[in-house]
Design a binder for this molecule. Sequence first.
Ligand code: CO
Length: 178
Amino acid sequence: MKLEVVKYDAEILRKRALPVDEISPEIIQLAEDMIETMIDSNGVGLAAPQIGRSLRMFILRDEKEQEDGEMVLCDPEVIINPHLSKPSEEKTSMSEGCLSLPGLSVEVMRPTFIHVRYQNLKGEWIESRFDSFRARVAMHENDHLNGVLIVDRLDRNSRKKVESQLQAIKKRYADGRS
Ligand code: CO
């Protein structure tokens, strides 16, 4: 079932989300619905607070290069109770969008790679190094679990430049319509 994506600046997007205690059938269903919602919205990531659930889980789609050089998206991954650590000193700037901030895209500087310890849908703990695109999406989605949005990652000047767009999004979705 496709879910409604909460838009800026709904209160839930500013809250610290709670850990997932148990990978229940409800959580598995939620993950499936989030995947459907992300794919339908042409997104590469979606965090639970964005569909109105204050839970520490997100989904993402990495990208890979085919033999012909074309970039394609991989199968969605479900990341539960993530802990990010050991960010690389090297940082990269890349343009990011967010399904909760329709129409907005901003350059965000982030570490190039990072370690992520998380649970999969079977409840198994996995630790691995996330690189490049996968790292970037994971950091963006993990920010959502802590109430942080891409616009909070901008310096004062860049933030100022997008303020009117932010206000427009806020106004457009203020009455709860999507
Ligand atoms: Co987002």
